[in-house]
Design a protein around this ligand. Structure first.
Ligand code: SAM
Length: 374
């Protein structure tokens, strides 16, 4: 029996398809999307995923071609061309993969991977003839074409539409939209390493606004340990820290939390989450600014977690009402963010607080009021 003769291009294409499918699968998985949900997340997300897949597939095919080149007995000038293309495609693929990771972490707009794919591939195709073709003695000719210029133009046009829209929206709203469309999942903390916390990836996080998972657990333990009558939190966001503290209160069997969120859209989302948690009875949610909020009674735990630049103001405002045996906690006090850390040290220097700087990725200050401490 005669076996059919396969073209040498067949294994290259097969490896390319396998690479594309694998990359698209991994990309979908890290975005926590199912194919059926791609339409909900939007056409642009689908194009982002497809761009990553096509690039990875092309890179895999080219690498395979280069690695097995000699078996195909092709002319040597093609080897140099394929090697150059493989290196360029791997470079583009690594860049797009990184962009996709930043997208998952909410610092890039949906569609940016696709737009950058168009720009980079188009630019590469425009530049390549200058490197490889049209040389005296090089047997192939290729000219930059309008087709590839159109790719660059389309990619650039998409970027100019999506980036300003993305930048206009508050990060809180972007996170809420993502959680609503794609659900939420725990990932490794991605805040940059600091001198005091060189391994942030050892911590876990849900999103860039909600405190680290370990800090949420700590807040619950604090409530169980301190047994507060009244906890005040500034900055509810989606309500997860308030819900955690409410779990502690439920275990204690008494107490209440007052938490404030000034953004009405975020406040609405927090109300829904808190209602769904079954712990709403322990939490009073207020749609107002911390700087306008009035609290009656003594605060046993004060958790300042609103806008970073106003944390010091909040602590100064509520300090007279804080129980000298109580605890002040403020978040985002790492040396990376600076402002809260410096504010805490200033309050200590002024003799108002005794502070402990806890080296979590985003940094936590645990403090106690000096005045009246026994
Ligand atoms: C870091 S997030 C809070 C995270 C939340 N405590 C948690 O760990 O789940 C900060 C929140 O404070 C809100 N915020 C900012 N300034 C505020 C203010 N002056 N009063 C009340 N909320 C504010 C923001 O809208 C945002 O939702």
């Amino acid at each position: 029996m005669r076996l059919p003769v396969l073209s040498p291009a067949v294994p290259v294409i097969l490896v390319g398809i396998a690479g594309a499918a694998r990359a698209a699968y991994l990309d979908l998985r890290r975005r926590r999307l199912r194919i059926s949900r791609v339409t909900i997340a939007g056409l642009l997300t689908a194009l982002d995923v497809a761009s990553m897949g096509v690039t990875a597939g092309t890179a895999a095919g080219l690498l395979f071609l280069v690695a097995t080149y000699l078996t195909f007995v092709q002319p040597l000038y093609l080897f140099a061309l394929f090697a150059f293309e493989a290196v360029a495609t791997v470079g583009i693929g690594l860049f797009l993969w990184r962009e996709g990771r930043l997208q998952v972490q909410f610092q890039r707009p949906i569609g940016i991977v696709f737009a950058e794919f168009l720009v980079l591939v188009g630019a590469y195709e425009l530049v390549e003839p200058h490197f490889f073709f049209n040389y005296p003695g090089f047997p192939l000719n290729k000219e930059p074409t309008l087709f590839w210029a159109a790719w660059v133009f389309c990619g650039g046009a998409i970027i100019t539409v999506i980036v300003p829209q993305f930048l206009k929206r508050r990060e809180e709203h972007r996170i809420i939209e993502r959680v609503t469309t794609q659900g939420e999942a725990i990932q490794a903390e991605y805040t940059p390493a600091t001198a005091e916390c060189p391994h942030p990836e050892r911590w876990k996080m849900l999103d860039s606004m909600t405190a680290e998972v370990e800090v949420l657990d700590f807040l619950k333990s604090l409530v169980v340990t301190v047994k507060p009558e009244l906890v005040v939190e500034t900055g509810t966001f989606m309500g997860l820290s308030a819900i955690k503290m409410a779990e502690g209160m439920k275990a204690n069997g008494f107490g209440r939390i007052v938490t404030c969120e000034f953004d009405p859209v975020v406040f609405q989302k927090a109300k829904e989450r808190i209602a769904a948690s079954g712990l709403a009875a322990w939490i009073e949610c207020r749609n107002e600014s911390s700087l306008d909020m009035k609290i009656y009674g003594t605060i046993d735990i004060f958790f300042s977690d609103s806008d970073i630049p106003i944390r010091e103001k909040e602590i100064r405002k509520f300090l007279p009402q804080i129980n000298p045996n109580g605890i002040v906690v403020t978040h985002d006090a790492s040396s990376h963010y600076k402002i809260v850390r410096e504010a805490a040290l200033r309050l200590e220097q002024e003799g108002l607080l005794s502070v402990v700087l806890v080296a979590t990725p985003r940094g936590l200050v645990i403090a106690q009021k000096r005045e009246g401490r026994k």
